[in-house]
Design a protein around this ligand. Sequence first.
Ligand code: PLP
Length: 230
Amino acid sequence: MILTNASEILRKMSHAAMRAGREPDAVRLIAVSKTVPAERIREAMEAGLRIFGESRVQEARAKIALLREPSHGFSGVQWHLIGHLQKNKAKQAIRLFDLIHSVDSVALADELNRQAANDGKVQRVLVEVKLSGEDTKQGVAESDLDALIAHIRQCSNLKLEGLMTMPPYDPDPEKARPYFHRLRELRAQAEKRGAVLPELSMGMSHDFGVAIEEGATMVRVGTAIFGGRS
Ligand SMILES: *Cc1c(COP(=O)(O)O)cnc(C)c1O
């Protein structure tokens, strides 16, 4: 089931990339495994998936501990944090995640930088941008984005690789297109000021095709791989 779902998604991802004149391998699939138990994540690894996205540090820690046992034998597995991160979990996050998609404040960046320095790690991060103006959504406001990017670029133990966003939910994927388009414009603006931001993390189960047409380099897909979350 996971294998069938994943194959179908990878096929649709390739088609979306080709529609946009992009190379299919320019887009990576992040399997969003929040609420999914370790055994099913293992099944996804057997199906060939290698990048997993988790929302909560605590939940991820337990599953990563189970799945990192050498006997599991899968190499090249990466864990990404896609959910909101509280400063008091920064230290754990540094130890668990290859890429943190959700940096949205100077205070959080500073704490991650400090903890990464303590661990002798350079932490890869993305900045999460709030484009919808909804109070409930995480992310830095557009008006504060430049300052946050400039700040992170000064943090010697953070490596800023791009931007992430999550549009307000709408079942019609075309409704998300302007948000994806905007994230790409913001990336271009930041790159004019000297930042190098190759990654755009955008698109979920129902709208990843549109996101890829608009330039996504990472899509975060949960339910289309693992089925509905209870
Ligand atoms: C849960 C989640 C996803 C995946 O959503 P699906 O609709 O299940 O594909 C993507 N990004 C973030 C930030 C999430 O929290």
